[in-house]
Design a protein. Sequence first.
Length: 267
Amino acid sequence: MSFMVGHHNQHLAADPHSHHGVWSPPDSRANFCEEDYAITYYITEFINSLTNIAYVVPALQFMYGPGSRGILSPNLDFMSVALSGLGIGSFLFHASLRYTLEFVDELSMLILTWSMLQACLTIRQTPGTARLISVALTVFYIPFCTYYVYSPKIVYQVAGFSSGLVLVGLRTHYLFQWAKPSFSREEVRAWRMRGLKAIVVCLVGYLFWNIDIKYCAELRTFKAQVGLPLAWLLEFHGWWHVLTALGASQFMQVLREMGAVEREKRQ
């Protein structure tokens, strides 16, 4: 947990252009290794902002993939809305580094875990029980998010986010191993492999996040040496966005397929 809250203890608002942008001066608790307003007057962290498209693209692919009835009738589910919301919220935060928009980013992370918990906890449940679970999660998350904003101590957001992911993992493992009637071995084997790959991808992204924090000075020196556009590849917080988007969208698809198989068996 200390690694996950570490970026809130590091503030780099003394960047040469940090007070010469449209959103200046930055007043967020977090300020990452990418130099502020280094590319454009309008976006504080250019690469950290643009890489959030990685969250929006897979969400749109689901919304307008099979089952969509056109641009005005997307195939919506809570997870796709939450994933696209995370991309938009994180973009707004990194583009501005404003304190208020920092909460948009952090709350969207909590909503993402809420959506994944709802998806996995309602699998293998009767419609009535599934509705009760959805209500219970709503009753928990809305006051919790409200309290976090009121507090506002980042440890609560980190605890809520990480514990939610752990519960998703445990529930998914239960569905693979012990739920009766069980899914077929072939289905479980394929889902488990894809789920593990998604987790590994997210962990690599988390490693990049920490490298971006711990070795910022060294990264900035190296970026200055290689110059643009190669230096953009060394914006490791941006890689956190890309990799976690890939991992989260893959895991979400596994949950959707599990739910679809369950619904087919009931018919």
